[in-house]
Write a protein that binds this ligand. Structure first.
Ligand SMILES: [Zn+2]
Length: 233
């Protein structure tokens, strides 16, 4: 999918709560939507996000979500939910719901991508014709059920792979890849032996004498001594 403009919203509402067990659906959906929106911004996409903070009834809630989506110029509507069935230790997994058959492929791709990035079981794409969000929104739409709030295995995976899940949702929506996260630089040390010089050490570790001087606060003569631990990276 190459989507430049997306509206993404969290399922349910502040006062019309969704499923709750080991984690709370509304709280987690909001977190995920915020993170996905951030990644879509990073990818240069236009994104509008919505959390319903006012509705007091289910009908008002669906209407508010649908109205927000339909008020924006966009290519795709995305709703984020979490599933529930009954308490279990077993894995249940991710599924992505769609209404129009033309969105089946995107739903399949999304479910598979989240599964692959996280290790959540892939339940795949499911056609649903009775859901207010899918029925009411006028653009291509998918509803992501990230995992089950009442599966211990799902919740553990979700909490561990939250960032990976949000990244891959943004990447699948946009058809673009996010920059790979740079690992925090690890410091490296060299213990000075007889015959070492700063310039030789700099060459050995593919760095510069200026960096070694600054990391180790060497004097202007680059004085070092045998047994000294020098930071070299
Ligand atoms: Zn839900």
């Amino acid at each position: 999918m190459m989507t430049n403009k997306t509206v993404i919203s969290s399922g349910h509402a502040k006062y019309v709560r969704g499923a709750s067990c080991y984690i709370d659906e509304v709280d987690e959906a909001r977190k995920a939507v915020d993170q996905v929106a951030e990644y879509l911004n990073e990818l240069g996409c236009t994104v509008y996000k919505f959390h319903d903070d006012t509705s007091k009834t289910q009908r008002d809630n669906i209407n508010a979500i649908v109205k927000y989506h339909n008020s924006k110029e966009r290519d795709l509507d995305v709703s984020v939910h979490f599933n529930a069935a009954s308490k279990t230790d077993n894995p249940r997994g991710v599924e992505v719901l769609y209404y129009s058959d033309s969105n089946k492929k995107l739903a399949e791709n999304m479910s598979q991508a989240i599964s692959k990035a996280s290790g959540l079981k892939n339940r795949g794409a499911k056609k649903r014709t009775g859901l207010g969000f899918l029925k009411g929104t006028s653009k291509p739409a998918i509803l992501i059920e990230i995992c089950f709030v009442d599966s211990v295995t799902d919740v553990n995976i979700y909490e561990d792979k939250f960032d990976e899940i949000c990244r891959v949702i943004a990447e699948t929506i946009s058809g673009k890849m996010l920059a790979v996260v740079k690992k925090a630089s690890t410091k490296k040390y060299h213990t000075v032996v007889k015959g070492d010089t700063v310039s030789a050490i700099a060459r050995e570790y593919d760095t510069t004498i200026a960096k070694i001087k600054s990391w180790n606060k060497l004097d202007s003569k680059y004085t070092i001594w045998i047994g000294q631990k020098l930071r070299v990276e």
